[in-house]
Design a protein around this ligand. Structure first.
Ligand code: UDP
Ligand code: BGC
Ligand code: MN
Length: 350
């Protein structure tokens, strides 16, 4: 009985490892286990010493099987790194319409390889970059759908370990992008403390060239250089609005975004002031690659005091930002294609 199970276990191990290469030593070892077991089956009577031997043998065999199988399973995390240049990039892209049956509320058959919460990592190689895509959001559902439909496929071709976070400002109050981003940054680090790279991404921008890598180089990198709305020209060299990639430590160093901009404009110019003040540089990919289509959207209320607030940017850096942001997290929901944070930014001061 015991001996038959030894043979069975060896057989199961062989079967379960059939898709893996078994090295010579393991092969010899498995052979010897089988041989031993066969010899013992041919004996008519089994002495007490033999029974003791079999019990020890069985315990040993179990632990061997467990160790071997778990080592083999762990091989998935000892895969080779993905190539430095992802091999399946397409370059210039067209923007397709969202199919009628594409839903972001339920599981999407368009992205079966995305895990709950909008997480993906390549399975044939080890991603070189782990990133979080932070999308500030409110009341632009069709645009959000288009963004998710379009963007997942691109970052998958870039072979990144990524997760998309949609950070929604709750209620119909004046939008405050700085509070939304800082709150979201903190919540992401609670969920995924080892996230090293953050791509801050306006929801209405669709990347139209997948060579624009969503990674974090040594300096903050402004990725939305050439937008169709601006005729594919950067409006001014200090602009960091749209899509901005920043390492976690740089975001902390500049104290994130200012929380003092209510309504449209200025918070990104304030971020630029923070970056240069902390002796970082803003780098950019070539305009021939960093290209975006901006989806049409309604315009938010202009902030009339944005220039006045911007004038004091340099003196507020360490006292106004992610280190003291006030917000309330109302909800966290894991949808198939994104993680959703619902954030109350509080009242705009009168
Ligand atoms: N946003 C939003 N709803 C709003 C206001 C802003 O979703 O009511 C987010 C969205 O990600 C948008 C970004 O904030 O892309 C920047 O705001 P907006 O598009 O109004 O400014 P623009 O960059 O077009 O000047
Ligand atoms: C605003 C920025 C905006 C930029 C481009 C500037 O005047 O202050 O917030 O991103 O224009 O639209
Ligand atoms: Mn916009």
């Amino acid at each position: 009985m015991i001996l038959t199970s030894i043979i069975n276990i060896v057989y199961i191990v062989r079967r379960s490892l059939a898709t893996h290469v078994i090295d010579n030593r393991t092969q010899t070892f498995l052979n010897s286990l089988e041989e031993n077991a066969t010899i013992k089956t041919s004996k008519k009577t089994i002495s007490k010493t033999d029974q003791h031997f079999e019990r020890t043998y069985k315990t040993f065999l179990h632990s061997f099987v467990e160790t071997y199988v778990s080592t083999t399973q762990n091989r998935t995390i000892t895969l080779n790194y993905c190539p430095p240049v992802p091999p399946n990039l397409q370059g210039s892209l067209v923007v397709n319409n969202v199919p009628d049956n594409f839903s972001i509320a339920t599981n999407s058959s368009y992205y079966p390889n995305v895990e709950l919460g909008g997480h993906y990592h390549p399975t044939t190689c080890l991603a070189r970059h782990k990133i979080a895509i932070i999308v500030p959001y409110r009341d632009r559902l069709d645009i959000l759908k288009h963004f998710l439909y379009h963007t997942h496929q691109i970052v998958q071709r870039q072979q990144l370990d990524y997760r998309i976070y949609v950070c929604e400002q709750a209620y119909n109050k004046t939008f405050n992008k700085g509070i939304v981003m800082n709150g979201c940054f903190k919540e992401i680090l609670k969920l995924q403390p080892d996230t090293p790279c953050f791509i801050m991404h306006d929801v209405d921008l669709l990347l139209i060239d997948d060579r624009n890598m969503y990674t974090c180089p040594i300096f903050p990198r402004h990725l939305s250089v050439a937008i169709d709305k601006f005729h594919f020209y950067l409006p001014y060299t200090q602009l960091v609005g749209g899509v901005l990639a920043m390492r976690r430590e740089h975001y902390v160093l500049v104290n994130g975004y200012s929380t003092n901009y209510w309504g449209w404009g200025g918070e990104d110019d304030d971020m630029y002031a923070r970056i240069v003040n902390k002796n970082l540089k803003v780098e950019r990919p070539p305009a021939s690659v960093a290209r975006y289509k901006m989806l049409k959207h309604t315009h938010q209320k202009l902030n009339p005091s944005r220039m006045k607030v911007l004038r004091t940017a340099h003196i507020r850096i360490d006292s106004d930002g992610v280190n003291n942001v006030k917000y309330t997290l109302l909800n966290t929901t894991l949808y198939h294609l994104y993680t959703h944070f619902l954030i109350d930014v509080g009242e705009e001061p009168k």
